[in-house]
Design a protein around this ligand. Structure first.
Ligand SMILES: *Cc1c(COP(=O)(O)O)cnc(C)c1O
Length: 379
């Protein structure tokens, strides 16, 4: 198959920022080369800005977003701990599975798919949980939950740690980890940060780190050991070169993330959020103008990931195939029981712009006409 440039308008990965792609192509450095250590340190600084945190322990884990989820729970769940998980989609369900495997007594607070998390219901689920966990941007349903409100509720009523999945929010929508009381957060690179998949931006505050599991089951994701990898040990010893070998840093991916974050911060976080908000609103207006029905609850729709109902009688997979084969456009199917009744359209990172909105609306309109038996265009 010849290599073409796809328009990645699905739930991730998105097309990377050009700066991120250039970062991948730089001459490879050794993972303990001082020049790379500088890049790693700057990457951690840039991640602190993207997270809205001053947490010293903020780093890119060497694996995708799901490893961030694993790291969050494997380092904080002591056997038998009650973990209350707000579930309003696939990733909340995955949190339950991961936390249970870490030995948690999981209390899942189920919400209808398409609705945001309700802090009151989450709080009512248990009087004294060790951890409360929620997904900020549910990519499976296109819903944004109010983490500021959840954080405030959790802080005011319990001593629980707040674990938040920010995979589809970081670099795309307002995220203020410290202000919102997020104790542990994990994210991914391939969604709004506009970098290829492969790293999990991670942050953990002092309170959570102090309560961590001393010798977690996972050696690779042990945050105690990872401190040396990003230089915490060196900083403490007051020396340079205090970096210890834990695993080989994915040098090219870190360089790419460094460059992608540089691009995002140059544009300005608030500008980037506004750009995603504008693109999402234009897409959602355009879809409704075409007579399509949006899936996520009004008022809680993600700008960067739009869920839209497949019209009755239209073959969901056939439309996606037409988009891919004729227009080089990828969009996502739905998830779970909505697999064939919902499409998921992402406008993330460099794709959050008017040209992408026009492209997807035009192509979808033609593909829909064809699916409904109208005249085929193209061939
Ligand atoms: C994509 C995603 C994940 C998983 O990340 P991977 O990089 O696929 O491992 C977790 N949570 C949310 C909300 C996501 O969108």
């Amino acid at each position: 198959m010849s290599i073409v440039t796809r328009h990645l308008f699905g739930p991730g990965p998105t097309n990377p920022y050009p700066e991120a792609t250039e970062g991948l192509a730089r001459p490879l450095l050794g993972h303990l080369d001082p020049a790379f250590i500088e890049i790693m340190d700057e990457t951690c600084d840039r991640l602190r800005q993207a997270w809205g945190t001053s947490n010293a322990r903020t780093l890119p884990l060497s694996a995708t977003g799901s490893a961030g989820m694993e790291a969050a729970f494997v380092n904080t769940v002591h056997p038998g701990d009650v973990v209350v998980v707000a579930v309003n989609g696939l990733f909340g369900q995955r949190m339950c599975d991961v936390a249970a495997r870490c030995g948690a007594e999981v209390v899942a607070v189920e919400h209808p798919w398409g609705s945001p998390v309700d802090p009151e219901r989450v709080l009512a689920a248990h009087p004294s949980p060790a951890i409360v966990a929620a997904v900020h941007a549910e990519t499976s349903t296109g819903v944004r939950s109010d983490i500021a409100a959840l954080g405030e509720a959790v802080r005011s009523a319990t001593d629980a740690l707040l674990v938040v999945d920010a995979v589809t929010s970081i670099g795309g929508l307002e995220l203020r980890a410290d202000e919102w009381g997020i104790d542990v957060g994990y994210a991914g690179t391939q969604k709004c940060l506009g970098v290829a998949p492969g790293l999990a931006p991670f942050t953990i505050g002092e309170r959570a780190f102090a309560r961590r599991v001393e010798r977690p089951q996972s050696w690779y994701l042990d945050l105690g050991l990872l401190g040396g990898y990003v230089g915490e040990a060196g900083a403490k010893a007051g020396g340079s070169g205090g970096r210890t070998y834990h695993h080989t840093a994915p040098v090219a991916m870190v360089s790419s993330l460094h460059a992608g974050l540089g691009r995002v911060l140059d544009e300005g976080l608030e500008n980037v959020w506004a750009r995603h908000a504008a693109a999402g609103a234009a897409l959602q207006d355009g879809l409704e103008a075409m007579g399509l029905e949006l899936f996520a609850e009004k008022g809680s729709r993600l700008p960067d990931l739009t869920t839209v109902r497949v019209p009755d009688g239209v073959d969901s997979a056939a439309v996606r195939r037409t988009l891919l084969e004729r227009y080089d456009i990828e969009i996502g199917a739905g998830v779970g029981e909505f697999a064939s009744s919902v499409w998921r359209i992402g406008l993330m990172g460099p794709n959050a712009r008017p040209a992408a909105v026009r492209l997807i609306l035009g192509a979808l309109s033609e593909a829909l006409d064809e699916a409904r038996g109208g005249s085929a265009s193209g061939d």
